[in-house]
Design a binder for this molecule. Sequence first.
Ligand code: 13P
Length: 255
Amino acid sequence: MKSARTPLVVANWKMNKTPSEAAAFCDDFLSRLPGLPEGVDLAIAPAFPALERVGRHLAPTRVKLAAQDVHVEPKGAFTGEVSVAMLTDLGVAMALVGHSERRRDRKETEADFSRKMKRLADAGLAPVYCVGETLEERDGGRTEAVLAAQMAALDLFGDALPPGFVLAYEPVWAIGTGRAATPEMAVDAHAFLRARLADRFGSQSAGGVRILYGGSVTPANAKDLFSRDEIDGGLVGGASLVPADFAALAVAAGG
Ligand code: 13P
């Protein structure tokens, strides 16, 4: 039996789609929305320059606007950065934090993620916190230790998780490689993460958190992944760029 958690599929467009391309996607995808299952939540995270345009398309719909990142500070002399207040003003409902591409390229750490998530939560935005091990870490038997260390970023929350908090398990070796984790691997990791949440915040709070799987999710493998009780939907890169594919993922999660 599936859990009571509403499945969620989040499109992470990464550094793809100009504002015009994003608008064209919305025209196509939103025309498909009436045919998609209602029991699945959907969100799109465009690059910052397309947020406003996509937000205008999504505002009258049930699809939420998401951001790919946010800066730790509220405002000031931080050239090139984007604040929580700017996201709030654009109607952004949730933001990714801790994506492995930022861990790798920007050398961001749990301390940064912790502050970002606190900043988002204080403003009423839901953090989507991304965790996951590299291939070397998995092969070395260190997957659980790595995930546990990454969960330290939740320490600033005190005793309560912020409303709408989402966790995304994205094994680094599965991202953009065409080699998704097996459903069994994902279920094991999700169960471990939920147990950590329960230790820290109690089983009732932990039981309400949606844990998404990310890494080479496609319309072909989504049903097998999303039908597992522990997998509450997906955080999707490549396949979310194509309206028909993103719609198929919504069907796989909500069917
Ligand atoms: P792909 O779906 O392209 O593998 O990307 C996954 C991801 O990193 C989503 O955040």
